[in-house]
Structure formats: C-alpha cells, structure tokens
Design a protein around this ligand. Structure first.
Ligand SMILES: Nc1ncnc2c1ncn2[C@@H]1O[C@H](COP(=O)(O)OP(=O)(O)OP(=O)(O)O)[C@@H](O)[C@H]1O
Ligand SMILES: [Mg+2]
Length: 141
C-alpha cells in the first residue's frame, strides 16, 4: 500500500491507522533517508497510544532507545543509525525489549534480528519536498 504524505497532518492520520492495529509484541520498522519523517511518524503513533496529543517524543538518535508506557503496555522507540549491526542492537537489550512493542528507525541494522511479522514502513522523499510511505505487512489486519 502506498500512502501519500503531503504534510504533517497526513503523517498523523497514518500514525492513527498504525496505532489502531498495533498489538503487544508487534514491531514497526521505519526506514527511509535522513529527514524522511521516521521520528515524526513514531511520534504520531506514540501520541495516539498514550492518549496525549502533546506527548514529548524526542528523536532517540543519541539515547538509541526511549521507552513509553501506553495503553498497550511498554513501547520502545529505537534509532539504530549509530549502531554497526545486530550485536550492538543485542547489547541494547533487544531480546527483552522486543517482547513489547518496538518502533525502529534504521531497521537495516537489525540484520538477522529483524522480526518476522513486522509492519514495514518505507518513507520516501519526492521531488518538491512531499513524502510518501510504502507499507508492507499486516495484510490481514
Ligand atoms: N510528511 C511530511 N510533511 C512535512 N514535513 C514533514 C513530513 N515528514 C516529516 N516532516 C518534517 O521533516 C523533518 C524531519 O523529520 P524526522 O525527524 O521525523 O525525520 P527522520 O526520518 O526521523 O530523520 P533521521 O533520519 O534524522 O532520524 C521534521 O521537521 C518533520 O517535522
Ligand atoms: Mg529520526
């Protein structure tokens, strides 16, 4: 499924769509180039799940993972940009945290840790500054 994302409002609607279908244990993989909107989409999902439209969701690019308590339990928001590969991801506590919901920026770092059954959202930037998302997974939801 391809979703046009002309503005932040459309990203919020996509975030709501994902949040409505999320279940404990799920993984959402957010890929795409620098500035494509990965953090902004994670923010929209977390705001919907927490019921707080003003929830602070900073980019986890320095902390690597930020955790939030939501109506579906814990949600862990990762930014793996600075990590080299699966071993570094495991050292972050991946095996345990992935029992909860995980939202992952730069999921290519996961290698073999990439969860089966994940929702894969590839954000792309179009000429002129608009974006789009290509969704794969969750076909039955
Ligand atoms: N669909 C959109 N329409 C307009 N602005 C957007 C859209 N998506 C993201 N932005 C804006 O683009 C900027 C970068 O977004 P964001 O930080 O979410 O990107 P990112 O993919 O997480 O980048 P990084 O790779 O650095 O983590 C932010 O200012 C955000 O508000
Ligand atoms: Mg980001």
């Amino acid at each position: 499924m391809i979703v046009p994302l002309p503005d932040l409002e459309s990203l919020r609607v996509l975030g709501d769509w994902v949040a409505l279908r999320l279940q404990p244990g799920d993984a959402v993989l957010l890929s795409g180039p620098l500035g494509a909107g990965k953090t902004a989409l994670a923010r929209a999902i977390l705001r919907r799940l927490s019921g707080d439209a003003a929830l602070e969701v900073p980019s986890p690019s320095f902390t690597l993972v930020q955790s939030y308590e939501t109506r579906l339990g814990w949600v862990h928001h990762f930014d793996l940009w600075r990590l080299e590969g699966p071993q570094a991801v495991e050292e972050l506590g991946w095996d345990e945290l992935a029992q909860d919901i995980v939202l992952v920026e730069w999921p290519d770092r996961l290698g073999a840790l990439r969860p089966a059954g994940a929702l894969d959202i590839a954000l792309g930037m179009l000429p002129g500054g608009a974006r789009q998302a290509v969704l794969n997974g969750w076909e039955s939801r």
